[in-house]
Write a protein that binds this ligand. Structure first.
Ligand code: DAH
Length: 342
């Protein structure tokens, strides 16, 4: 019995010291110290010994059990330490490696163009006001002199909502009514930038969502000369000091008289090319003297006050400035396009 115990102790310890993994260690523990392990079965067989041999055998068994348990604990600690060291050396972080670069963000080309427009008009005393994109039919049309069923409504293909009389604004012009009603009888010099929506076929020049910048000046002695001066200055600030502009008669229900401002083509210098459709001129914006009825709708007495207004598409301005061929590029979120304006 004692020989058997000593043999067992020796094999167990030899085996233990050659173990290299936590799994093997666990298997060893079950094999020797577990409920069905060798040492346990020795302990169980103690009862079969003659009584006089039992105490010595019992003592020896306990000694071996303690020795194995202690050795087990030491080996477990050693393996754990080894494992940690291995992990530390494998998962080492090289703090001297260069970091992953984070590219700085930048403004979208539409926003950049808007900012340039703001700066030019700010220098002439125009402040920026934003008005809602979801508008009433009243503000978007009726108060701008476009009654229901008026053929001029065909100029704006409209996204209507399920709520009667509520729509997505087709232009920034309804902002004129809002601003006039808010500031009347103060003089006004504002630009109204923002998104507009039209239910239209997407073409090279048209998207169903686009930006507009509206302008409005109202005061006691505002004339067509002011309109021409302000807009000519804008074109030259935006596109170069030598730009030629012309004002061409047009029609908008909310202005009288109305005019479109053209600029000599920046691609061909006025000789005629594909971009200007061989006219030598590029249309930049719509404008006019605020219609007396619209002034009245805003709260101003047209006998005392007058004003001018204009509306332009900043995407179109950007397209001309940067030679961009399709308006769809602006909102397609293709980085190859956007990064050119970083
Ligand atoms: N609202 C017009 C449009 O979307 C543009 C416009 C033309 C605005 C003349 C004006 C203006 O303020 O005076 O087509």
């Amino acid at each position: 019995m004692l020989d058997q115990l000593n043999g067992l102790e020796k094999t167990a310890l030899d085996e233990l010291h050659s173990l290299a993994s936590m799994e093997a260690l666990e298997a060893w523990r079950l094999a020797y110290l577990g409920r069905k392990g060798s040492l346990t079965s020795v302990l169980r067989s103690l009862g079969k010994l003659p009584p006089e041999q039992r105490p010595a055998a019992g003592r020896e068994t306990n000694r071996v059990k303690l020795a194995l348990e202690q050795a087990y604990g030491e080996q477990a600690a050693a393996l754990k330490r080894e494992q940690t060291l291995r992990q530390l050396s494998q998962e080492q972080i090289d703090v001297t490696l260069p970091g992953r670069p984070v590219e700085p963000g930048y403004l979208h080309v539409s926003t950049q163009t808007l900012c340039e427009i703001y700066a030019i008009f700010a220098a002439m005393g125009f402040q920026v006001v934003e008005t809602p994109e979801v508008e009433t039919d009243n503000n978007n049309f009726q108060l701008l002199n476009i009654p229901p069923y008026h053929p001029a409504r065909d100029m704006w293909s409209t996204f209507h909502t399920t709520r009667e009389g509520v729509l997505l604004r087709t232009h920034t012009s309804p902002g004129q009514i809002r601003v006039m009603r808010q500031y009347c009888p103060e003089p006004i010099r504002v630009i109204l930038p923002g998104k507009c929506y039209r239910y239209e076929q997407v073409t090279a020049r048209h998207e169903s969502m686009f930006y507009q910048v509206e302008g409005l000046a109202v005061g006691r002695h505002v004339t067509m000369g002011d309109l021409k001066g302000v807009l000519t200055h804008f074109a030259r600030q935006m596109f170069g000091a030598n730009r030629k502009v012309r004002f061409r008669c047009s029609y908008f229900p909310f202005t009288e008289p109305s005019a479109e401002m053209d600029m000599d083509c920046i691609i061909c210098g006025g000789k005629g090319c594909r971009v200007c459709e061989h006219t030598g001129w590029l249309e930049i914006l719509g404008s006019g003297m605020v219609h007396p009825q619209v002034l009245k709708n805003g709260g101003y007495d047209p006998a005392v006050y007058s004003g001018f207004a204009f509306g332009m598409g900043p995407e179109r301005i950007a397209m001309l400035k940067h030679g961009i061929e399709h308006i769809r590029y602006f909102f397609a979120n293709d980085l190859r396009f956007l990064q050119q304006f970083a």
